[in-house]
Design a protein around this ligand. Structure first.
Ligand SMILES: COc1cc(/C=C/C(=O)SCCNC(=O)CCNC(=O)[C@H](O)C(C)(C)COP(=O)(O)OP(=O)(O)OC[C@H]2O[C@@H](n3cnc4c(N)ncnc43)[C@H](O)[C@@H]2OP(=O)(O)O)ccc1O
Length: 264
């Protein structure tokens, strides 16, 4: 990969602000949004500088696909040492997405393949439309996942299904992706981006401390032993409910100034 100090190619992302929501479009449609060094470094730059007034991010693909994965043309000359550096750079960039200050929602359509699937795994919510399909063709290419997929994806779909994807390279449909716990939402045709934006507006309106707790504490609590997890939960709950934002929101409900919980 280019030097880690290199700047990413900003043109490879289409970044827009819609109120409190930042939309980040992978912008190499002619190459089906294949992830080259320029786009990975641009993602790093983008997720290193989320403006303070942004409350959620939607990541999507410009054109008909989310991403066709690693740009294979960059792999042909790479030796093992370069491969290790490259994979660890991807890990750092995808970690930056997973540990982002605000929720990240992936809107998925068309190809969600290899490294593109690994990128989607780093988001907190995945919304897919019927055109989306998921595959890990690394086996067919003689390689192994290198963008954190072997850590994140089995936690979503389980090791046996992950092993099936990696060994067979079979294409999983959008319906399967939702049924197996990869995507939390399955929309109608062309519905992924609108639904992702709707969800982003909704989560951006949460108290910042609630989102912080869900993004930073929940994954650790869920993986901790039960005693540690319960202690962490109590501490997080105490901090959140002591915050003036929580007091304000609870008062608003008790004074009937805010909406009731109702089915959508
Ligand atoms: C970081 O460390 C790592 C990372 C990884 C990650 C590994 C992977 O991601 S493996 C998966 C690699 N991806 C693929 O094998 C998919 C290949 N693409 C396709 O199968 C198809 O292009 C398609 C996505 C199904 C779309 O088909 P279609 O709409 O018909 O478009 P095409 O005509 O095929 O393509 C148009 C154009 O785009 C080029 N292109 C598409 N995908 C890629 C790609 N992944 N890399 C490079 N280029 C791509 C295609 O060649 C065409 O180019 P033209 O110049 O001919 O127009 C592993 C290990 C690590 O350490």
């Amino acid at each position: 990969m280019g030097n880690a100090a290199d700047a990413g190619d900003a043109a490879l992302l289409k970044i827009e602000t819609r109120g409190a929501v930042l939309t980040v479009g992978l912008n190499r449609p002619a190459k089906r949004n294949a992830l080259n060094d320029g786009i990975i470094l641009a993602l790093r730059d983008c997720f290193s500088a989320i403006p303070d007034d942004i409350g959620a991010v939607v990541i999507h693909g410009v054109g008909d696909h989310f991403s066709s994965g690693l740009d294979l043309s960059e792999l042909t000359e790479r030796d093992a040492t370069e491969g290790l550096v490259h994979s660890q750079m991807w890990h750092r960039v995808f970690d930056r997405i997973q540990y982002c200050r605000v929720p990240v929602i992936a809107a998925l359509k068309g190809a969600v393949i290899g490294g593109g699937l690994e990128l989607a795994c780093a988001a907190h919510i995945r919304v897919a439309e019927p055109s989306a399909y998921f595959a890990l063709p690394e086996g067919q290419r003689g390689i192994f996942v290198g963008g954190g997929g072997s850590v994140r994806l089995p936690r979503l779909i389980g090791v046996p299904r992950m092993a099936d994807m990696m060994l067979t390279g079979r294409v999983y449909s959008a319906t399967e992706g939702a049924a197996y716990g990869f995507s939390q939402y399955l929309t109608e045709a062309d519905g992924a981006l609108p639904k992702a934006l709707e969800l982003a507006e909704r989560v951006a309106a949460n108290a910042p401390l609630t989102n912080f707790a869900v993004l930073q504490a929940l994954p650790m609590i869920a993986e901790a032993n039960p005693q540690t997890g319960l202690l962490m939960e109590s501490l997080m709950a105490t901090v959140a409910q002591s915050d003036k934002e929580a007091k304000k929101r609870i008062r608003a409900f008790l004074d009937r100034k805010t909406a009731k919980v109702k089915p959508t």
